[in-house]
Each structure stands twice: as structure tokens, then as C-alpha cells.
Ligand binder design. Structure first.
Ligand SMILES: [Mg+2]
Length: 285
């Protein structure tokens, strides 16, 4: 997952190392947390469930269209050469695309803590993620049509086994004799950006759809300012809702770090100030 959250962790570590007192860690669950409403929506809103259900229903329609069109690819950068006769595949992110990780976010809100790699790995090993509505049915449908289902995730190699165990238990299709679970850093050039992993898949498969909750699940050009990200969005207008399907996730992601330019050396308060400055606001008149 989650460069932005790792950054928050690093920034608080740096503050502590500099001798400047870090903001007090709240033990009081009543302490305001900027993520409260987002996590509440993600975990309890029927609107969230309805939205995800709709997106996977759309994905099913698009999958059928893609199977019928040999020129269709969802990976315009990575899918090179003559791919028409390659077997079909879809590429899906895991966290908050297929698995709802809000139990971890909710734990942080209640505990007054933030993401750390240690607590995140412990959380993954507890195997308490729930399914995003529509995700199992969609991936099973794809597999039933002979489409290879690839999971491209920034969970780490250490987190792979408990994740695959849980996903299998929940009903997500496996790859048979093909390794379809591509975790971060499994290969030296498999960084957080996912283009190199899409390229490996695109060599042997025609990629029909990309499904994710973060701009980085679709393009490596996800780390810019809000304005730069808007341009990436506009430049890829033909993909959204066509061969790129987005599941809404307001709880974390590259949108959150964009206003402070992913500068994780800033304190949480400084990052928050820049996020507020990024808001377009009515002047009250
Ligand atoms: Mg994700």
C-alpha cells in the first residue's frame, strides 16, 4: 500500500530524531482525527457498498466487450507489439480494491496512531480484511471466462502468504500453475509504481482491464501536484469507466499526499496546513 502513510510515519520519526518534541500521541479516542469521516464512510456507508457494487457491475460489462475486441488493451504504455492473440488477463490492486482494510484505519483512528510498517504487517497477518462488495463475484466471473486474474499489490513478500490464504478463503480465484500474486519488491525493479509489473504481465497476456483505488494502479504518473494529477486524469479520459475501473477510497492514497508534494519530512501539522490551502473555497459572500 501506502506511500503517503509510510511518509507520515517517517516524518514523525524524523521529528523525534531532531529533538523537537513530536505531537503528543493521543490515547484519548475523542481526539479529532482527519480520517474519521472517511473511515466511517468506507466502513459503514451503504453508499460505499452501492458504489463498489456498481463499479464491479460495470467491470463485468466492460470485460465482455473487451473479450470481443482483440484490439482492446487497458495497458497502453506496457502493452507493446502484437498482442491480439495473447490470452486475456485482468490486473487488480488488492488493498481497498478487493479487500476492505478499514479495520486497520479504524484501529488507528481509535488508538490515535498512524500507519507504521510494523502494525500494518501485524494487521495483515491477523487476516481480518473484509471483501469489497462485488469483487469476488467479478473476479470469479472473469476466471470462468478463461481470463487470468492478476493481483498487483504493494503488500510485501512477507505479507503475501497470509493475504493469499485469506483471499482464497474469501473466494478469489487463484492462478493455477501461474503466479498471479505480484507483491512489491518481489523483483528488484518492482517498486511501489506498478508499471514494471504490468509490463511483465503484458508480455504474455492481453490486459483487458485495470481495477484499483489509487491513480498509481493505472499509471506511474501519480505522484504530481493536484494540478498535475488533474492533467493525467484528463489525458486518460478515454480509459475511465472503460478499461480503467476505480473503486472509491477516501481514507488514504496519493491524493492525500499530493497537496504537500509527498514531502514526508514535513510535520503532520505542516502537511495538514497545505491540504487546507489546496481546498477551493467559497468566500462566504
Ligand atoms: Mg489499493
Amino acid at each position: 500500500m501506502r506511500g503517503a502513510l509510510i511518509g507520515l510515519y517517517l516524518s514523525s520519526t524524523l521529528v523525534a530524531a531532531s529533538g523537537i518534541p513530536a505531537p503528543a500521541q493521543a490515547q484519548d479516542s475523542a481526539k479529532p482525527d482527519d480520517n474519521l469521516n472517511a473511515v466511517l464512510w468506507d466502513q459503514t456507508a451503504v453508499e460505499a457498498k452501492a458504489n463498489a457494487t456498481a463499479m464491479f457491475a460495470l467491470a463485468k460489462i466492460r470485460l465482455d466487450q473487451a473479450l470481443a475486441d482483440p484490439a482492446w488493451t487497458a495497458a497502453p504504455v506496457e502493452q507493446t507489439g502484437d498482442f491480439k492473440d495473447h490470452p486475456p488477463a485482468i490486473v487488480l490492486d488488492v488493498d481497498d480494491t478487493l479487500l476492505n482494510t478499514s479495520n486497520y484505519q479504524a484501529w488507528n483512528v481509535k488508538a490515535g496512531t498512524r500507519f507504521t510498517p510494523e502494525t500494518w504487517t501485524k494487521y495483515v497477518k491477523a487476516q481480518v480484511d473484509t471483501v469489497i462488495p462485488g469483487a469476488v463475484e467479478f473476479t470469479q466471473y472473469a476466471a470462468s471466462k478463461g481470463v487470468k486474474v492478476f493481483y498487483v499489490t504493494n503488500r510485501t513478500k512477507e505479507e503475501e502468504e497470509p493475504t493469499v490464504q485469506l483471499m482464497t478463503k474469501l473466494g478469489f480465484p487463484d492462478g493455477g500453475n501461474v503466479d498471479t500474486f505480484l507483491s512489491a519488491k518481489e523483483q528488484p525493479d518492482w517498486k511501489s509504481a506498478k508499471g514494471t509489473r504490468r509490463a511483465v504481465i503484458a508480455k504474455d497476456y492481453r490486459i483487458l482491464l485495470l481495477v484499483g483505488d489509487n491513480l498509481g494502479d493505472f499509471t506511474d504518473a501519480y505522484k504530481g501536484t493536484p494540478e498535475e494529477r488533474d492533467k493525467v486524469f484528463a489525458d486518460n479520459a478515454s480509459h475511465w469507466g472503460h478499461d480503467w475501473i476505480v473503486i472509491a477510497n477516501p481514507t488514504y492514497g496519493s491524493f492525500e499526499s499530493a497537496p504537500y508534494k509527498s514531502n514526508y519530512e514535513l510535520s503532520a501539522d505542516e502537511q495538514r496546513k497545505l491540504k487546507i490551502e489546496a481546498l477551493k473555497s467559497w468566500d462566504g459572500q
